[in-house]
Design a protein around this ligand. Structure first.
Ligand SMILES: C[S@@+](CC[C@H](N)C(=O)[O-])C[C@H]1O[C@@H](n2cnc3c(N)ncnc32)[C@H](O)[C@@H]1O
Length: 210
């Protein structure tokens, strides 16, 4: 199943990429510099959006089928600053405070434990380092979209690689002690209505936290 998801994911998302995701990824990743960790890097779709200001890029991806495409992307882009690892967001194989940025795009919906993932991301970020996020999220409580998200979620996550439709990711980021310094809330065009609500932006790790 995960082989099929890896094979189809870029093709399945092509229209959405064109309609909005490419522009959103570019706008966010253009702001990233220094030593960067990307969690759940998938097939490596973000690679082309990183600028020359990035000096080290660690691309972590737990799924071996996704990792195969990720390695191909790194090779195609002849990215000497990049390395590929197999870690999860819940257990990052890096020292404390070793990155300036951690990037998570369309990943917080899929991790097994969102709270542990955010805590681990905070651990590996330097003081004043930033989490860059782009995520589809739960619609507002009480809306028809939210009711559909709640209804469909059990079956959706079973067949879509543990992707949850109704995660309150913005609240989770704040609860884990990040300070959101930039956020856009927008509908993901050319996507099924239940995954349209999105957030994207930058959340800083406060100076006084481990
Ligand atoms: C929808 S894909 C997004 C891929 C890519 N980041 C993007 O922007 O298109 C979700 C990715 O999260 C990865 N993933 C699932 N569970 C994870 C975890 N616990 N930690 C890190 N990544 C995870 C999946 O293997 C998959 O590559």
């Amino acid at each position: 199943m995960s082989f099929l998801v890896a094979f189809l994911s870029d093709k399945f998302m092509a229209k959405t990429d064109e309609a909005c995701l490419n522009e959103w990824r570019h706008g966010l990743l253009n702001q990233v510099s220094g030593e960067v960790l990307e969690v759940g890097a998938g097939t490596g779709i973000n690679i082309k959006f990183y600028s020359d200001n990035v000096t080290r890029l660690v691309l972590s991806e737990p799924d071996k089928h996704m990792r195969k495409y990720l390695r191909e992307q790194v090779d195609n882009h002849q990215l000497k600053i990049a390395s590929v690892t197999s870690g999860t967001a819940e257990q990052i194989d890096s020292d404390d405070e070793s990155f300036d940025y951690v990037v998570a795009t369309l990943v917080c919906c899929s991790v097994t434990n969102l709270k542990s993932s955010l805590r681990e991301i905070r651990r590996v970020l330097r003081p004043e380092g930033s989490l860059v996020f782009l995520e589809h999220v739960a619609a507002a409580d009480g809306t028809p979209t939210r009711r559909w998200q709640n209804r469909i979620n059990p079956i959706w996550k079973t067949f879509m690689g543990n992707c949850h439709l109704n995660r309150e990711t913005e609240q989770a980021i704040v609860t884990e002690g990040f300070e959101i310094i930039q956020i856009e809330r927008e509908s993901m065009r050319k996507a099924p209505p239940i995954v349209r609500p999105t957030i994207r932006g930058i959340a800083k790790k406060p100076n006084n936290q481990i």
